[in-house]
Structures are given as structure tokens and as C-alpha cells.
Ligand binder design. Structure first.
Ligand SMILES: O=P(O)(O)OC[C@H]1O[C@@H](O)[C@H](O)[C@@H](O)[C@@H]1O
Length: 218
């Protein structure tokens, strides 16, 4: 039996440009940094404290300060993205068909529960997922495999049965490190940016191609 593990941001919703703007507002606007759009795009993966340490060094903020800054960033993101919040084309049909076919599904995201709930509850799609692994559930985020291994464990499925849906190279690398294959949604990165990763089954810009029906039937 197959199982589907979904990254959230950029994979289920096309929101990475909103995260980039929220990080820019926090890092350059509030904290006086001077990060270029390329710097932000390169650094904004993984758990928020990891992003902040990569950008500002490990001694700049206490854990409490990082929690506050992280909430500020997510509030910027949610306020700006809420009016545009929607699933990527074809995903709702894909989720419904997979659920009907009895395929277990989980979310494996570096986002904090505050952001995961924002998406699942506003879009009313929580019922499709039997498990959610968030930033709070893991020690180390992607490319470490912990997120996807925990998701497989929660679903009680074997690693070889898992297909990971991702939009960033670090996420595909995490899937590879977990021993899983991956389908890439090219919302955030071009195909060329995944060069060298050998666990990719398919690239698609959204969930409308027939490939996704075949994935359910295969
Ligand atoms: O793991 P996902 O679902 O792609 O989420 C990643 C993003 O989650 C956001 O909450 C973080 O602030 C981003 O920096 C991060 O890139």
C-alpha cells in the first residue's frame, strides 16, 4: 500500500514568495539586516530558529527572542497571505481521490503548528490527513530525514511505500536521506536546481497532469 507524505509550504499552497516577504520584513526591516532576495530564498528553509541562526549567527538571539521573532514573521506572513490562500491547482481533487482509494496521507513540514493550522483549518482539509509532523515534532529539520521518518511512523507504513511531495531541494534531499522517492512541484525552484538528486519520480507545476491519477492507480 502506498502512502503520500506532503510538504506544506510551496507544495500544497504556492506561498513561498509570501514567506520570503515576511522574512525580509523581519530580517531587514525589524532587525536591520541587509539580505538580498537571493540570500532570503537560499536561507529560508527549515525551522525558524535554524533560519535565524544561519542569518544572524548563533549568539544574537535567546530562545525566547527567537520565539517572539518567529511569531512576528508568521503574523506578517498570515496577514498578507490570507486573502490569497488556496490549494495548488488539482490538489483538492488529488487528495479526495487518494483518500477514496484508501491511501494514507500525512503532512511533514518545517512550519510551526500555528501556520499548519492556519492552512488546514482555513481551507478545511484537515480530514484528508491521518498525521501531521511539524517543526515542533523534530529535533533537526530537512535535509535531515526525521520529518519524513516520523510521518511514516505515525501512519504506520513502511519507508519503501512512501512518496514525498516537495518543492525545495533540501526537502527532496530529506526524502532521499529517509530512503523515499519524491515528486517535485515546481512552484519555488526550477528543475535545474534539483540537479544531482536521484530520487525524483516526476516534476510538475501543479496537480492537474494525468500523472497524479496514475500515481493513485498504480
Ligand atoms: O517545510 P515546509 O512546509 O516547506 O515549510 C517551510 C517554511 O515554513 C515556514 O514557516 C518558515 O518560516 C520558512 O522559513 C520555511 O521555509
Amino acid at each position: 500500500m502506498r502512502a503520500f507524505l506532503f510538504d506544506l509550504n510551496g507544495t500544497m499552497i504556492d506561498d513561498m514568495s509570501y514567506h520570503a516577504r515576511a522574512w525580509t520584513k523581519l530580517a531587514n526591516g525589524d532587525l536591520g539586516g541587509n539580505f538580498s532576495p537571493a540570500d532570503i530564498k537560499r536561507e529560508m528553509y527549515g525551522k525558524n530558529p535554524e533560519v535565524m541562526v544561519r542569518m544572524f549567527g548563533k549568539d544574537r538571539f535567546s530562545a525566547d527572542e527567537m520565539r517572539t521573532l518567529s511569531m512576528n514573521k508568521e503574523n506578517y506572513y498570515q496577514a498578507e497571505y490570507l486573502p490569497d490562500l488556496k490549494l495548488i491547482d488539482g490538489l483538492e481533487d488529488f487528495l479526495a481521490a487518494a483518500k477514496k482509494a484508501g491511501i494514507p496521507m500525512a503532512i511533514g513540514s518545517a512550519a510551526i503548528p500555528y501556520n499548519i493550522d492556519f492552512v488546514l483549518d482555513n481551507l478545511n482539509i484537515r480530514h484528508y490527513f491521518e498525521a501531521v509532523v511539524s517543526a515542533d515534532d523534530v529535533e533537526l529539520s530537512k535535509p535531515h530525514p526525521e520529518t519524513f521518518l516520523k510521518a511514516a511512523q505515525k501512519l504506520q507504513v513502511s519507508i519503501a511505500d512512501c512518496i514525498v511531495f516537495e518543492d525545495v531541494p533540501k526537502g527532496v534531499e530529506a526524502a532521499a536521506n529517509a530512503g523515499m522517492v519524491s515528486v517535485v512541484i515546481t512552484t519555488t525552484h526550477t528543475e535545474e536546481e534539483f540537479e544531482g538528486l536521484t530520487n525524483i519520480l516526476h516534476f510538475a507545476k501543479d496537480y492537474t497532469p494525468d500523472f497524479f491519477n496514475q500515481l493513485i492507480q498504480s
